[in-house]
Design a protein around this ligand. Structure first.
Ligand SMILES: Cc1cc2nc3c(=O)[nH]c(=O)nc-3n(C[C@H](O)[C@H](O)[C@H](O)COP(=O)(O)OP(=O)(O)OC[C@H]3O[C@@H](n4cnc5c(N)ncnc54)[C@H](O)[C@@H]3O)c2cc1C
Length: 512
């Protein structure tokens, strides 16, 4: 990267969000952009999560771009390596390689109100951009709890999203901390090879069977020869999930039936009453993400597995002490403890128009306009921003909605012409969030009686979208200019020595 290079758009991240943005920009005729990626290859989530058993919970015909269908998905639920290969393929087919800047971690982005552009410092140099698209992912920075005494542990420690493939778990006493989506995939994958597996569980998840099978050669040929059949398959998968949304958002009591099915799924496999009691959730199904696995319970029922129904509270050398006092000896600890979601690190690296970081602006909770823009951070847009997560469907649907919004944003700036920037009006941000939180009140995520990573430190759900993907598609189809202040460069300063309040002043005039 040359010093002080200027681009129209800087995209950060090369997962589904960043690559999707790159494809969309090219389709809009924008070629003056770069994709800044801290790692050495594309893939995001599906590059970083290579733990044994890693797979998608949404069928691949739905968990893929609508504009890049893949008739050759090998299984109904694809594994990590196939999704990663898909993203490499998308990168090649859409000619994105020349835009990619690997090993370029964004350290700081600062809004320059004089010149209406972002100054971006990366680990490989500095550049400026008119627009920043932040696609750094809600689940990309691993969260490891600060367990007292962890520094005294003599064995191996790693997070599920940073799997150490050089470490051999065979014959080891392994502690799995956490029972979320990653942990329930890891447990059955490693259980047969480890000497002893101890699962530290704070709250039991609801687990439904996973109906996974190989997609036959005949099906694949059909999808290749008649792409409409693949589209119909995707449409069906999508439609079923859209119909489920009402139960999550408006009528959580209807989920009682699903709860009974999940309980039967557990009791069919787990015969030990003590273990059953530990594994039976006491909150409404759906309050935390419903997990899919047909191998988790069978693995827990094996003689080399223990479930400690209590969080890990202390480590004394190789002894792991749970909150209930249980002591366990371990050679390795795997943290399946999730990610920094409501406190995403990138927010500390964005400095807006009034000199505050996004983290400071969001210190009382993440708030955006339509999951994309934030007041005081002109021409800065996030993909999968606040309240865009889904409890039951494919995040790619939400990403594509946000890409529509990005495309219209770029178009609107073209129409306005000249040097210009858009800054979300605080009133519009408030109105959007009030509507979202009003709808959130009745949802299972807020009423189901659990705590989850969907809620922030104040107990506010700033992560999930409380509606259908169709509604979100409608809400992000166009940029409504009435929701934005139009910024123009400040007029040349007539009084020498007097510093113009770049961009900000113009904004106040425009917003008056
Ligand atoms: C194990 C796992 C399973 C999942 N399963 C599902 C599922 O079944 N269904 C579903 O819908 N969703 C699932 N998700 C959610 C998944 O994260 C999203 O579906 C989607 O992949 C997010 O794409 P993204 O591009 O927004 O983020 P990511 O894929 O996380 O990509 C973000 C990229 O930004 C880069 N980056 C971050 N910070 C910086 C920086 N400062 N500078 C430069 N680059 C940076 C990262 O290196 C990364 O490449 C899963 C997530 C995980 C972790």
């Amino acid at each position: 990267m040359t010093e002080h290079e200027h681009v129209r758009v800087a995209v950060i991240g090369s997962g589904f969000g960043g690559l999707g943005a790159a494809v969309r920009l090219r389709r809009e005729g924008v070629t003056d952009f770069v994709v800044l990626e801290r790692a050495g290859s594309v893939g995001g989530t599906w590059r970083d999560n290579s733990y044994p058993g890693c797979a998608c919970d949404v069928p691949s015909h739905l968990y893929s771009f609508s504009f890049a269908p893949n008739p050759d998905w090998p299984r109904t639920f694809s594994g990590q390596e196939h999704i990663r290969a898909y993203l490499e393929h998308v990168t090649d087919v859409f000619g994105l390689r020349p835009h990619l800047r690997f090993d370029s971690e964004v350290k700081l982005m600062t809004w320059d109100g004089e010149n209406l552009r972002w100054e971006i410092e990366t680990s490989s140099g500095t550049l400026t951009a008119d627009i920043v698209v932040s696609a750094t992912g809600p689940l990309s920075d691993p969260k490891v709890p600060d367990v007292p005494g962890i520094e005294t542990f003599p064995g191996k420690v790693f997070h599920s999203a940073r799997w150490d493939h050089d470490y051999d778990l065979r014959g080891k006493r392994v502690a799995m901390v956490g029972t979320g989506a990653s942990a329930i995939q890891i447990v059955p994958a490693v259980q047969p090879e480890v000497e002893r597996l101890t699962v530290f569980q704070r709250t039991p998840p609801w687990v439904m069977p996973r109906v996974d099978r190989a997609i036959s050669g005949a099906e694949r040929r059909l999808h290749r020869l008649l792409p409409l059949t693949a589209q119909a398959r995707r449409g069906l998968l999508w439609g079923i999930r859209e119909l489920q949304v009402q139960a999550f958002t408006k009528r959580p009591n209807e989920l009682g039936l699903v709860e009974r099915l999940a309980k039967r799924n557990m009791t069919r496999v787990i015969k030990d009453p003590e273990l059953r009691a530990k594994l039976t959730p006491t909150y409404r199904i759906g309050c935390k993400r419903i997990l899919l696995s047909s191998t988790y319970y069978p693995a827990l029922a094996q003689p080399n597995v223990d479930v400690v129904a209590s969080g890990l509270s202390e480590i004394r050398g190789s002894t792991l002490v749970a909150a209930d006092g249980t002591e366990t000896e371990a050679d390795a600890i795997v943290f399946g403890t999730g990610f920094h979601v409501t406190d995403m690190p990138i927010a500390e690296r964005v400095v807006g128009a009034d000199g505050r970081t996004l983290a400071e602006a969001w210190s009382t909770g993440m708030k955006s306009l339509r999951g994309a823009t934030a007041a005081g951070f002109p021409n800065w847009m996030t993909v999968i921003g606040p309240n865009t997560g889904l409890g039951n469907s494919s995040m790619i649907l939400m990403i594509e909605s946000q890409l529509n919004y990005l495309a219209d944003y770029v178009r609107q700036l073209d129409v306005v012409g000249g040097r210009a920037a858009l800054d979300a009006r605080p009133g519009a941000v408030e109105a959007w969030n009030t509507r979202v939180q009003e709808r959130m009140k009745r949802t299972v995520w807020n009423t189901g009686g659990c705590t989850s990573w969907y809620l922030d430190a104040n107990g506010v759900n700033t992560t999930v979208w409380p509606g259908t993907t169709t509604e979100f598609r409608g809400a992000t189809r166009r940029v409504d200019l009435a929701e934005y202040d139009l910024l123009r460069p400040p007029a040349p300063d007539p009084a020498p020595g007097h510093r113009a309040d770049g961009g900000r002043k113009k904004k106040l005039e425009a917003g008056a």
